[in-house]
Each structure stands twice: as structure tokens, then as C-alpha cells.
Design a protein around this ligand. Structure first.
Ligand code: ATP
Ligand code: MG
Length: 574
């Protein structure tokens, strides 16, 4: 491609709306443009990268025995009502109505739809195992669309679904997808960790997330270097040791705590460790008040709470002052488990039941209670673990110290079980002629999010540094002075030669200052660079890589060999 014809509107200024490097650089490099919040257009250079990521997904899925479909983005409401997810997805689903008042959604995912597609045509164990996939546009009306391609409201996903005779066969299918994902993210050159995930609204018991490591990732993971334990913060089990067994139960005591409404204030006012307090959080869960008591030195894990309550994210919010007053008779900041109104559900983290003589809110404005004890002074629904993992926690598997890091979730695999096949009535006859629901798995790769993740891991202050495998073009030939005949001639010659050898090449033949061209070249991140300048008459050019500041003068005839070397080094043997 000659850059004099290339649609590549690069920007010198950093767009005000962008915070993350990937968002800024993809905009600045003229690879994407925003239409509305969370909805992007892919321009030629950006779309080439997207297509290369899709190609890698396609190759690895095909190699793993999966077969490619393409389903519609439009899905009828009835399908989602059958699984119960029309309600569960809530406001995240884009909904629409046709001229006959029939309701539809723009698919946020395709479990129901794929299940319904195969339902009438796959009906014997002989047709299993089956694994099918598509690469398709998904729609989710995210609460906080942000960071460009990272969290869009429209994005491209590779989604796959497996259908098996039983749990054991599902486990095999799951492992095959695990391995395929390993290959996909390795080929994308991402540094990533595979961690246990929460299955939440998706159903099923086992899931893993592929996390591209990045300080700006929205995902938090806890992992252990001593053993192989790794989980998202949503899932990570918290080991919180309470050492109160030998303490005697003391008399309960009301203490005057005027205007002391936060744990910090209480900590100072009573000069007691935060771990001696029971912190109360008051929620409105699907219209009902719920009070949760946890050790005050810890944070609540909302995903664990959602799973326990079996409600969707959109159905849970902090209770307002009015509700708090109704169930406690006090202002916000004085809620506790002792003498709480029976109108509220009281959930108690199991650690609280082991703690002795704790300080809790008094359910009376300006009062707390000292020496409250579970069993004697209050009771409630005991929940095993409602805590969010934190720095300093120990590994639930081996007891060593856990590490906490951030990542970008680029892929997700789920053992779903029979939630969708049962609700949609997708069954097969087993070897004994018995009717059974398919045992399913589902597997997603965020194609466009992966593009952003690669940029997060591969950039510098000047621009993107694409790994060769997904770079929009392999080589950029910059002609320093396009008015110089020797330079243009040699540039064109090299351009034609490399193209004839199958490389993807940009020729910067624009009538621009050299500085502008070099800046653009850095910004768009083409891996291999050839500069044709003053020494063109002597058949000499400058050769360099985007990954390094080193430049070498080489004979133009050797360029093709140097390029080949890069392909060999990158494992892209041709
Ligand atoms: P998240 O926790 O980030 O919202 P998710 O669990 O909702 O992700 P899945 O439903 O498992 O995501 O979707 C499969 C993959 O699609 C994810 O692993 C991610 O890479 C990608 N993905 C999900 N939501 C978005 C989005 N809003 N924008 C871009 N990619 C997304
Ligand atoms: Mg999501």
C-alpha cells in the first residue's frame, strides 16, 4: 500500500476522552474512531489488526476440531425467556421491537441461540462430541463503557459452544478449548495468566479466565508463586483466621459514639483495632433490605454476595437512608446485627461467628454496642465467605502468601452443565436409548479487547510496537525525499520486491517532511523499517526494527534476507 493513498488520519494531540495508552494510541494512529460511547469504527490499519486476530482464533479453533458458524445478532425474546436470562441480563441487554410488536435483543452472547440451532438436528450420542463457534459482533449496554476497545458496547467476540454426553466428556472438551486458548494468546504474544473465575449468572460450576497482565486492567487476580493457585478477586477464597477461641464472653455494653459513623472514626474514637468491629453494609436486593456483617478490616466481595442472594448485578444497590431508618430506627452509620428489624435479611460472614466481644452498630443514632457475640446476642444467615481477597492474604491451597496483580480478561471458558440444554429442551438419545440434555460448555475470546491488550503490553512513548504476527503491515519503507529520483526509484523497487515475496508492505511516498513520516511510522508501530535516503544512489538504505533504537546501513539487496530473518525469529516460517 502506498501511503499517499492510505486512509490513516493520525493525530498529534492526545484525545481528551482517552485515558489508557491503548485507547489513546489506537485513536492517534488512525486505527479506530468513536461513533458514540462504547461504539467504534475500525479504520483500515485497525481493521487489518482485528482481522489478523480473528484469523489466529479461526486457525486454532479449526485445529481444535471446532466448526465455524455465523449466527444473527438479532435474537427473539422467547429464547431468552426460556433460560431466564431476559430478566437476568437486565439493563445490559440492548432490546428492540419490530413493526409487529415482537421483542428482540441484540445478542450479548449466544448460548441460547446456538443451543436452539442444533436442538432439532442433533439428537443422538453418535453425533457427539460437537464443538461449534463463530466470530461475531456482540452488543452489551455496559454500565461503564470505557477505555476504547477494552469495554465497548459493541465488540467482536469469538464464541464457541460444546455439546457432550456427560460431565466427563465436557471436561475433555474444556481441556481442548483451554489448550486452544493457550495457543491463541501465545501467538498474540500476550503475557497472561489462567485463573479461576466466577461462574455467576452464566451458570455452571467451573470457569477460567485468561488474563493479559497489565497495571491498567480492570481485573484483579490473586495468585500464588509457591503452588499453582490463581483466581480472580471475584472468585478468590479468603482465608481469614480468627483467634478468639480462648476469650471469655463479656457483658454487652452500649457506648455513646456521637456522630461516629465510619469505621475510621470508630477506630480512632474507641482506640480499638478495626478487626474488633463488625461492619454492617445495608443493601436493597431486588426491593428487599439486606444487612451484611463482615469483619471491619475487610472489604465485602459483591460478587460472592450476588451469588448467595441469587440476584443480578442490576438488582443490587446500597440502601438509601430511608430504608436504613426503617430497619434500624437510626441514622446511617449505626447499623448493627443486635435488635435489627426482622424485615431485613441479616447475612453474617462465618468469621463473625467465631469472633468474640466485637463492636457493632447499636441501631440507635449515636450509639454502638461493645462485646456483642454471635449466638448469644444476635443470629442470622451464616455465609461461608463474603470477603474480598487482599494483599497479605494467604493461599487457600498451600498457605503461602498470595500476590495480587491486575489483568485484562481476554478470554473466558465455562463448564456450563445443562442449564441451557434443559431450559431450551435440547436433548439426545444416549447409548441405551435414554433421553438426556446435552452437557454444555461455552468459550469466549474478546477479539477487539485482545487488540487493546496487545497495545497495552506493546507500546512506548512514541507509539504502538506491534508484534509481527498481527501488525497491520510487516514492513514500512520510508522515502525521505520523494522529489529525489534515486530515492523514489529504490523505494519503489524494494516495495515491489518485498510484495512479490508475499510480505505486506507500506511505502511512505507522501510529500511530507521526513520528521512527520518518522513520527507516523513510530506511532503506527510497523515492526520492520527501511529508510531510503541520501545513500540511495549507492544502493544503500537504513534498516531498523520498531523494537529497538539501533539503525544499520545495509545494501538494499540484503533487505529481503533481513526481513526473512525476522519472520524466522518470530516463528512465522514461510
Ligand atoms: P467482563 O467481566 O470484562 O465484563 P465478561 O465476563 O462479561 O467480561 P464474557 O461474557 O465471558 O465476558 O465474554 C467473553 C469475552 O468477551 C471476555 O473474556 C472479554 O474478552 C470479551 N468482552 C466482554 N465484554 C466486553 C466488552 N464490553 N467489550 C469488549 N470485550 C468484551
Ligand atoms: Mg461483562
Amino acid at each position: 500500500m502506498k501511503m499517499s493513498n492510505l486512509y490513516m488520519p493520525t493525530l498529534r494531540e492526545v484525545p481528551a476522552e482517552a485515558e489508557l495508552p491503548s485507547h489513546k494510541l489506537l485513536l492517534r494512529a488512525g486505527m479506530i474512531r468513536k461513533l458514540v460511547s462504547g461504539v467504534y469504527s475500525y479504520l483500515p490499519l485497525g481493521y487489518r489488526v482485528v482481522r489478523k486476530v480473528e484469523k489466529i482464533c479461526r486457525e486454532e479453533m479449526d485445529a481444535a476440531g471446532s466448526q465455524e458458524f455465523l449466527l444473527s445478532a438479532i435474537q427473539p425474546k422467547e429464547l431468552w425467556e426460556a433460560s431466564g436470562r431476559w430478566q437476568d441480563f437486565g439493563p445490559e441487554m440492548f432490546k428492540l421491537v419490530d413493526r409487529n410488536e415482537r421483542e428482540f435483543c441484540l445478542g450479548p452472547t449466544h448460548e441460547e441461540y446456538f443451543t436452539s440451532v442444533i436442538k432439532d438436528e442433533v439428537n443422538s450420542y453418535k453425533q457427539l462430541p460437537l464443538n461449534i463457534y463463530q466470530i461475531q459482533t456482540k452488543y452489551r449496554d455496559e454500565k461503564r463503557p470505557r477505555f476504547g476497545l477494552m469495554r465497548g458496547r459493541e465488540f467482536i467476540m469469538k464464541d464457541a459452544y460444546s455439546f457432550d454426553v456427560d460431565e466427563e466428556a465436557l471436561k475433555k472438551a474444556y481441556q481442548i478449548m483451554w489448550d486452544a486458548y493457550d495457543k491463541i494468546f501465545t501467538r498474540l504474544h500476550l503475557t497472561y495468566k489462567i485463573v479461576q473465575g466466577d461462574t455467576g449468572a452464566m451458570g455452571g460450576k467451573v470457569s477460567h479466565e485468561f488474563m493479559a497482565m497489565s497495571d491498567v486492567g480492570e481485573g484483579v487476580i490473586a495468585y500464588c508463586d509457591n503452588c499453582d493457585y490463581a483466581a480472580t478477586d471475584e472468585k478468590a477464597e479468603v482465608v481469614y483466621i480468627v483467634d478468639d477461641a480462648d476469650s471469655d464472653l463479656l457483658e454487652m455494653e452500649k457506648v455513646y459514639t456521637p456522630n461516629i459513623k465510619t469505621i475510621e472514626d470508630l477506630n480512632e474514637y474507641l482506640s480499638m483495632e478495626k478487626s474488633r468491629f463488625g461492619k454492617a453494609l445495608v443493601y436493597n436486593s431486588a426491593g428487599k433490605p439486606v444487612v451484611v456483617i463482615i469483619p471491619a478490616d475487610r472489604e465485602l466481595n459483591e460478587v460472592k454476595l450476588l451469588n448467595y442472594l441469587k440476584v443480578g448485578e442490576h438488582e443490587l444497590e446500597f440502601a438509601d437512608e430511608e430504608i436504613i431508618r426503617e430497619i434500624t430506627g437510626a441514622d446511617k452509620g449505626f447499623t448493627g446485627p443486635v435488635g435489627l428489624s426482622k424485615d431485613a435479611r441479616l447475612l453474617i460472614d462465618s468469621r463473625i461467628t467465631k469472633m468474640k466481644n466485637i463492636v457493632v452498630g447499636g441501631n440507635e443514632t449515636d450509639y454502638h454496642i461493645k462485646n456483642a457475640n454471635y449466638g448469644r446476642d444476635f443470629e442470622g444467615e451464616i455465609v461461608d465467605d463474603l470477603l474480598l481477597v487482599a494483599e497479605g492474604d494467604i493461599c487457600p491451597k498451600c498457605g503461602e502468601l498470595l500476590k495480587i496483580d491486575r489483568g485484562i480478561e481476554v478470554g473466558n471458558i465455562f463448564q456450563l452443565g445443562t442449564k441451557y440444554s434443559e431450559s431450551i429442551g435440547a436433548k439426545f438419545l444416549d447409548e441405551n436409548g435414554k433421553e438426556k440434555p446435552f452437557v454444555m460448555g461455552s468459550y469466549g475470546v474478546g477479539v477487539t479487547r485482545s487488540v487493546a491488550a496487545v497495545v497495552e503490553q506493546y507500546h512506548d512513548e512514541d507509539g504502538i510496537i506491534w508484534p509481527l504476527v498481527i501488525a497491520p503491515y510487516h514492513v514500512i519503507i520510508t522515502v525521505v525525499n520523494t522529489k529525489n529520483e534515486d530515492q523514489m526509484e529504490l523505494g519503489e523497487k524494494l516495495y515491489k520486491e518485498l510484495i512479490s515475496l508475499g510480505y505486506e508492505v507500506l511505502l511512505d511516498d507522501r510529500n511530507e517532511r521526513a520528521g512527520v513520516k518518522f513520527k507516523d511510522s513510530d506511532l503506527i508501530g510497523i515492526p520492520i523499517r527501511v529508510t531510503v535516503g541520501k545513500l540511495a544512489g549507492e544502493n544503500t538504505v537504513e534498516y531498523s526494527l520498531r523494537t529497538s533504537k539501533d539503525k544499520t546501513e545495509v545494501n538494499a539487496d540484503t533487505v529481503k534476507d533481513l526481513v526473512l530473518d525476522e519472520f524466522i525469529k518470530a516463528g512465522l516460517l514461510r
